[in-house]
Ligand binder design. Structure first.
Ligand SMILES: *Cc1c(COP(=O)(O)O)cnc(C)c1O
Length: 359
């Protein structure tokens, strides 16, 4: 037998790019290192949430509640929806994957704007689905009319990421209303609201209200960003009952740990305190954007916990220079960088660096 023989992969899997998680940088020349590359919440967990986590840790010899019943009930209460319409998962990326696996057969189409969340193409490809990427407009917005035109009989699900990762812009309510009026009712439209808590644009879509007004709309939410639980992997879907049921069927059994469930429930109980931190992060974002505009950048307004800096062909140079000052940011080669709103000291370093990149 030939030495080179080895177990074979599906061709689309071997072609799949490896997910580029935000890198941790090393301290440089005595400078503390900061990670502004993964849109994490830089604030430490609340003591109350930590204590719920510690309590839950005492039960890790048992499998967790597979239905995340307490969390689901708390979400049902918060959003005034029946529990049957809710499904949880290992982060909203996990839920996103559960959705695609539930609705797309091999060769079916999964549509989303591009550039948008990098997990969408990976998830669609793993499912054997066809990626249909509709370019953002020049100002970084979803091009909903172009998405409508691209719908085919094989379109199964359309992801609308608002605020959009990595550009930070929102889809407005009038835009989504006229879009949904024309999307066939047998296509699932998923509004990915991973950053919704950071939105302060009154024109932005109200995902929950929109979901309630339609039979083919669902909303994706996460505890990873505003709630600061990225390390625990918990997110959820709220949408049509039969879709939520299918999302539960495609889940990894017992995927959401008891610790994650307890932390999420405790976070909902301490939401007021957490949202004070969110307000501070929004104030930091506004300050950071204003500083970048002052030095001459023309920025799209961000409604998320990150800012998009369109650097074009100077993106790689900026990325290596930011590594030199011990700050990791998320580059999209040839397009720009996404900078998470984190520690003030790191943002100040970035502003200083950015001043050299004003065209
Ligand atoms: C971060 C993010 C998510 C959620 O990530 P999880 O940690 O898996 O919950 C979902 N959608 C977008 C657009 C994101 O940026």
């Amino acid at each position: 037998m030939s030495e080179s023989m080895k177990p074979q992969l599906r061709s689309e899997i071997s072609a799949l790019p490896t997910y580029k998680a935000g890198k941790k940088v090393a301290p440089v020349n005595g400078l503390d290192a900061y990670k502004l590359s993964s849109n994490e919440n830089a604030h430490a967990p609340l003591p109350s949430v930590l204590s719920a986590i510690v309590d839950a840790a005492a039960e890790i010899n048992r499998y967790p509640d597979p239905f995340a019943s307490t969390l689901t009930a708390a979400l049902a209460d918060k959003f005034d929806v029946p529990i049957e319409q809710i499904a949880t998962g290992t982060g909203s990326v996990g839920v996103c994957q559960q959705i695609v696996q539930a609705v797309a057969d091999a060769g079916d189409e999964v549509m989303y704007a591009w550039r948008s969340f990098e997990a969408y193409p990976i998830i669609a490809t793993i499912a054997g689905a066809v990626n249909v990427q509709i370019p953002l407009t020049a100002s970084g917005q979803h091009d909903l009319p172009a998405m409508l035109v691209a719908i085919t009989p094989r379109t199964r699900v359309i992801f609308i990421c608002t605020p959009n990762n990595p550009t930070g812009g929102i889809v407005t309510q009038p835009e989504i209303d006229s879009f949904l009026a024309k999307v066939p009712k047998d296509i699932l439209v998923v509004i990915d609201e991973a950053y919704v808590e950071f939105n302060r644009d009154a024109l932005a879509i109200d995902g929950m209200a929109t979901m309630k007004a339609h039979t083919n709309v669902g909303v994706l939410r996460t505890f990873s960003k505003a709630y600061g639980l990225a390390g625990l992997r918990v997110g959820y879907f709220i949408g049509p009952e039969h879709i939520a049921e299918a999302v539960r069927k495609t889940a990894v059994p017992f995927g959401v740990s008891g610790i994650a469930q307890a932390a999420a429930v405790s976070s909902l109980q301490h939401e007021a305190e957490l949202f004070e931190i969110v307000e501070k992060m929004i104030a930091e974002r506004n300050w950071f954007e204003a500083e970048l505009r002052k030095i001459g950048f023309d920025l799209p307004a961000s409604q998320a916990n990150f800012v998009w800096l369109p650097l074009g062909d100077r993106t790689d140079e900026f990325t290596s220079r930011s590594a030199d000052i011990a700050v990791s940011i998320r580059p999209f080669s040839g397009e720009g960088v996404r900078i998470s709103i984190g520690e003030r000291a790191a943002l100040e370093r970035i502003i200083e660096l950015a001043a050299e990149f004003v065209s």
